[in-house]
Write a new protein. Sequence first.
Length: 432
Amino acid sequence: MKRMIFVLLASVAASPALAQHGGHGQPAPAPTSAPPATCTPEHAAMGHCTLPTPVPAPAPTPRQTCTPEHAAMGHCTMPAPVPAPAPAQTCTPEHAAMGHCTMPPPAPTTAPAATCTAEHAAMGHCTVPTPAPSPAPAQTCTPEHAAMGHCTMGAQPGASGSADPHAGHQIGNATAVVPPVAPPPAEAFSGPAHAQDLFFDPRDAVRSRTGLAREHGGLTASKFLIDRLEASFGDGREGYSWDAQFWYGGNIDKFWLKTEGEGAFGGEFDGVEVQGLWSHAVNPWFDLQAGVRQDIGAGPDRTHLVMGIQGLAPYWFEVEAAAFLSTRGDVTARVEAEYDLRLTQALILQPTAEADFSLQDIPEVGIGSGITTAEIGARLRYEFFPRSGAAVIAPYIGVSYERAFGRTEDFRSAAGEDADGVKLLFGVRTWF
């Protein structure tokens, strides 16, 4: 038994030695090529096997497996894409901009009014139907909406005396509600007439209100105007004439003093007229005038009652019309008009026209009934404005034509006078 154990131990100890010894005596085994499936790069690096040389053979890959990434690595070749128009429902403006598809031209369609807005209609996507105006309910129909034509306001009931605040009128399919009209409450009249009296001495408040009214429209002013002071030449008769006026007062009421007359050089007055008038403004443009007129020379002196109107007509025509009733019952009238045509700031052309009328013949002063005389003329003046603020001086030249009519023409012919004539005028106009 002991011998058997010893033999086994000896054989075990001798096996490595024999293997080592045999390694020196026997040639090394040649490496063998492992199948590619078992030869990995790690084994080939240790010398256990040899990797076969790979032969690159790019095989066409189906398009669905050849991606742009694989094609960039040389693993496959991407076929050239063939652009094909996509269906309209899948071709968006973004894809069409990339060249992937073609957008069909949109056909404008009329969208329902509820979905077609003004913005879409401006882009040509749809057409907004024309709205039909319909009367709005009275509670929503305001004066502003009625002015735009969106609705119709109902007429306010007169003296119906309806106590119902919702009473109104039927307009189409809507009822116009008219709000009730009531007087102001009694409390509105319980305080003083001027709230200023609650905080200041009433006497001081009255003085301040009086001064305020005087400064804002209550001031008095005056003006003196020589409208015409001229010499006339024509038909072998040389003479002179004037027309002047003065007024004093406020914006509403004024006192007027007017005078006019004419005569021959070296002779007596042909006639002098003086008027004293009270003037009251009936609107911002016209004054109503009333007063007396006194005639001096050219026959018996006469006194007249005067009623007239004076002011600025549309298109800046200065007009004056007056009727006269004498103490002898004679009724006459006069109408005058003039217009300032500004050629420059200082050069003004002034056309004038005047006509006189009489209700009856007045032989003692050489006047017949109807249109007695008419005169038209034009004056070209140049205005000088002194820096000192003194009176404005405007010399002028002009021409006028006068003619008598009817019985007045007969009276003039009987007196050896011409019925008509042209005169050359030289004069001056001034005011301050």
